[in-house]
Design a protein around this ligand. Structure first.
Ligand SMILES: [Zn+2]
Ligand SMILES: [Zn+2]
Length: 65
């Protein structure tokens, strides 16, 4: 089973499937592995706080919350 963070899910599938959503607790970040961007830290909603944020800033890709 492949798990993707929010950004990778949108990038790969065109929508957020929430594979990594709901891990840990609200307002607590969770260290995990994404099939798209590798070892990373995600927020409760599954959004990546690592490379994907840098990538988004670099390319100005809008991410819906
Ligand atoms: Zn990812
Ligand atoms: Zn990521």
């Amino acid at each position: 089973m492949a798990d993707f963070c929010k950004q990778c899910s949108i990038e790969v599938f065109g929508e957020d499937f929430g594979d990594l959503r709901g891990l840990g607790s609200p307002n607590v970040i969770y260290s995990t592995i994404c099939e798209g961007c590798g070892p990373t830290i995600v927020r409760f909603d599954g959004s990546c706080t690592g490379k994907c944020v840098l990538k988004r800033e670099a390319h100005s890709v809008p991410i819906k919350d």
